[in-house]
Design a binder for this molecule. Sequence first.
Ligand code: SF4
Length: 345
Amino acid sequence: MPVDSAAREILEWYDANARAMPWRRPPGANVAVDPYRVWLSEIMLQQTTVAMATPYFEKFTEAWPTVDALAGAEDAAVMSAWAGLGYYARARNLLACAREVTARGGFPGSEADLLTLPGVGPYTAAAVASIAFDEVAVVVDGNVERVMARLFAVETPLPQGKSELRAHAAALTPTIRPGDYAQAVMDLGATVCTPRSPSCGRCPWQGRCAAFAAGHPERYPVKAPKAARPTRYGTAWWIEADGHVLLVRRPPKGLLGGMVALPASEFALARGDGAAPVEASWTTVPEPVRHAFTHFDLVLEVATTRLPRRPDIDGEWHPIAAIDAAGLPTLFRRAAEAATAPRLL
Ligand code: SF4
């Protein structure tokens, strides 16, 4: 496939159809892009939609307009601002990376050097290098994989087919406007070459697409059958006294590490209540909270008690009326909602 004409076709499409995003420069514009904004957006967009990440991006850049400002932030303030966005290891890595960048005097300007930063993997390094520094880097996310799988009708199933898809993406990456090109292919995957019912009639690459020519683009990318996801079980304890509820901070490493939470048991493969943090008379909320983590589904029982006075146990007592401002991650926010929901008798 002639690289430059393929690139020209998709860049022309991008110039007319690029999605406006607060971290982007307009297509083709000759203005510098702040690597801080590109990096922050790319970290937020991992496993998260543009619609969900955008208000967080705006909140972060308002509170911390530069990487140095973010580096100087309190850990708890950043974790709390991140609450609800999920995959909390990203927030911890975000801070570690901001501090490293500040210590180095600014973002490194190449893909290879970006890769040495904490929490920056091959995708993020390539995206920042290409979008912020116009380096010819091969940017491959799920959207790009889908487009490549269809353009070349790749039969090797994912995940084994990843290297083949990457090789196709590398061979197509042009030297002209590499940052815009990377975003163009990602936009094409997100808005035209969608997982179900791609809009091939609007696609600038229709004439080159092997899957379209074969008549069944949805067949690609071919996927290996999924292994069953395990279910884990746990209990969260809502301990109320004096209009306050007991909250704890989870250990820095591990699931939801460093986040504010309700006291909770281990999330185990077998059902079991775990030992409650205080002896009391407990009421279990009728419907457990169900939550999907990356590697397992969680069924979380919520047990509640109201005590006449605060017991002497570790944690912080937070006013129940202000529970929305506690910075609880989604799982525990939903547990708090379940604990405080009015019950029908
Ligand atoms: Fe995707 Fe259809 Fe375009 Fe092929 S022609 S790349 S399947 S949108």
